[in-house]
Design a protein around this ligand. Sequence first.
Ligand code: GLC
Length: 462
Amino acid sequence: MITLNKFLSGTLVSLFLFTGMQAQNRPSWAKETPEQKEKRMAWWTHDRFGMFIHWGIYALPARHEWVKQYEKISDADYQNYFDRFDPDLYNPREWAAQAKKAGMKYMVVTTKHHDGFCLWDSKYTDFKVTNTPYGKDLIKPLVEAFRAEGIRIGFYYSLIDWHHPDFTYDRLHPNGPKSKEEREEANRKRNMDNYRRYMKDQLTELLTQYGQIDELFMDFSYPGENGKGHEEWDAEGLLKLVRQLQPNIIVDNRMGMDHTDWGWDFVTPEQFMPQTWPTVNGERVPWETCQTFSGSWGYHRDEHTWKSVHQLIVMLAETVSKGGNLLLNVGPTARGNFDDRANERLEGIGRWMKFNGRSVYGCTQAPAEYAVPQNCFLTYHPEKKRLYIHVVEWPFKSLHLPGYRGKIEYAQLLHDGSEVKFRTQSKAGGHTTETSGADDVMLQLPVQRPDSELPVIELFLK
Ligand code: GLC
């Protein structure tokens, strides 16, 4: 039996060999065999589907989590939101129940976003939730509620900080002086060493006070002219600390360590669908795409470009069909709840996952020998040797599977376990019978599309 991990390990082994050059520079604390890495990431590769949560005081303006930057809001004006942050409806057990029902297996929450606001009671800043009218740590009850539902915990931590007095002005900073000279002058009073220390202190809090943390999402690098990259963050130092504190944690690739093969665990295509399984140096790598319901990560009242339940389910199936994970974002309101639009999406996904989750968990891209039928996505469970056909457009009577002859043992609709008969065409069709290639299989489908957002056909392979 081939396991999902075995299936992927070829990838990791060759990545390891190919990047032998970088591997030489691999610090001793980052030594890990491809098998060890595969083991460390096994739950994540299996679970496939997580909830991203973007929450902070930007939920009050409700105009995108970058509102401070987009509207160049001064610290004094931004303080308005801090002074009124009081999410009286906050009940993380409800959130966790919604995530669980939607079939999400892990959760990643913004502990601090670019505005610098901290959702926990950090010792190292006053710009934190415990100093708002709400007055209580948000992270601990959140972590406990999700864990209680069996959902794993991830932390998002912004490398960028538009509040910290030692974070130097750069091309993204909303409040810096305009001219280069003035900026350089102002930056002389800012000491990035202090900020680097601050990040380490805060990560130490986050990675020691909340038990096992399964994923860390550091965000983000923008090297070059007037930007910041791994050197500014001391990414290597950060990662060393992270690995010491949480040896099993899975870390994203946004600290700017893409030039190494040890400074990240997975790549993070955001708000677009990769055409194929993402590669580094020609080799497939673990990937997690993060996506929004509507475009904004933080709660955005007036944004109306919400994706439909159907689109989101297809997105999940397509992601898994290319060997990836989907981290789907919710932006809770300033009152502390998920709004109706988010609830409707989560519930819709949950209805589908209840019956079709089997085509997601433990699944990956199908081997090349299984051609993708028209208007479909394929996912594949290597251990069970099952192929899942996600039928985006329901065809009329027959679904042609090119070259599948002799490969199928049994076929059924996944949502109700009802048999799907299949045949290969022995003779050429006439004016009322179909023709198909000699090696093709034709699935005989009901004319009526099953009542499912995305019907799935489960093939038991020989
Ligand atoms: C981007 C944005 C940010 C969001 C993140 C999610 O990097 O800066 O607002 O948190 O993507 O991946």
